[in-house]
Each structure stands twice: as structure tokens, then as C-alpha cells.
Design a protein around this ligand. Structure first.
Ligand code: ZN
Length: 148
């Protein structure tokens, strides 16, 4: 619980940013100590067979402390392992992560590298999420079912 307190300023920012999504019909769920907020899917197309589309946002998912915002519940499912790494990064850095992350992107940009893809926090999140997903697969790449 101390990690939640340490990251609380970032989590509060995440909740503030979640308010517009919730006001527009988004959903909020509590999952494994993290609040996941999904934007409401846009209305389905009038054409038959078309599914509802997640709204246009400048991100698929983004984490602030223990609050993760995503364009849709499906994107939460797809990106959960990656975003949970960012949650752990906030637990380590606290509110300082709000400065450390963009500073790292700026450093990468100044080095002529890609600010997002080469950001060490993103590299770490991709690697750890991939490892976590591979742990759930057998030697043939098939996903193993996890006991509840
Ligand atoms: Zn990321």
C-alpha cells in the first residue's frame, strides 16, 4: 500500500484526466489494484456487421500511477502487461516519474534517437511485457490457460 501512496499524486492526475472519459460514458473498473478507465466506444456504424469503434485519442493506453486510461476495454486486455510495467515504474519513481519519463524522451531525442521507442522506460516495458506473455505460452507459442 505504500507504493500506492508514493504514486498517489500521479494516480490523482490520472483520475482527473479520466473524468472527461467517464462523463462521456466511459467505464471504470478496479483490477488487481489498478483503476482501468475505458473510453466509451463510438456508436456502431449503420452498416450491418460493423463493430463499434473506440474513440480517437492520441494514445491506445496511458498510465498515471495506478490509473490506466485506454481507448477501449479490448485495448486494456491487449496492453495490460505493458501498462502494468509502467505502474511498477510509478511505484518505484512516484510522482518523479512524471518528469523522468519525458526527460528520458528528451534525452533520446537530443541523441538523435526515437523519443518514444528508445525511451528506456518503454524499452523496459516492451521487454517485460513480452517476457510475461511468453511465460504464458508453451514451446510451440500456444497460449496456456491460466487457473483462476
Ligand atoms: Zn508504454
Amino acid at each position: 500500500m505504500a507504493s500506492h501512496l508514493w504514486a498517489a499524486p500521479a494516480s490523482l492526475l490520472g483520475l482527473a484526466l479520466a473524468l472527461p472519459l467517464l462523463a462521456l460514458g466511459g467505464r471504470m473498473v478496479w483490477r488487481d489494484g489498478v483503476i482501468e478507465v475505458s473510453a466509451r466506444d463510438r456508436r456502431p456504424s449503420a452498416r450491418p456487421g460493423m463493430r463499434a469503434q473506440p474513440p480517437r485519442l492520441p494514445f491506445d493506453a496511458i498510465t498515471f500511477g495506478h490509473v490506466v486510461l485506454a481507448r477501449s476495454a479490448a485495448l486494456h486486455d491487449a496492453l495490460r502487461a505493458h501498462e502494468r510495467v509502467h505502474v511498477r515504474q510509478y511505484e518505484r519513481w512516484g510522482a518523479l516519474f512524471l518528469v523522468a519519463y519525458p526527460a528520458e524522451s528528451l534525452l533520446q531525442w537530443a541523441r538523435g534517437r526515437r523519443p518514444y521507442l528508445d525511451n528506456r522506460f518503454e524499452v523496459s516495458a516492451r521487454q517485460q511485457a513480452e517476457r510475461a506473455e511468453n511465460d504464458g505460452r508453451d514451446d510451440h507459442g500456444l497460449r496456456l490457460s491460466c487457473p483462476p
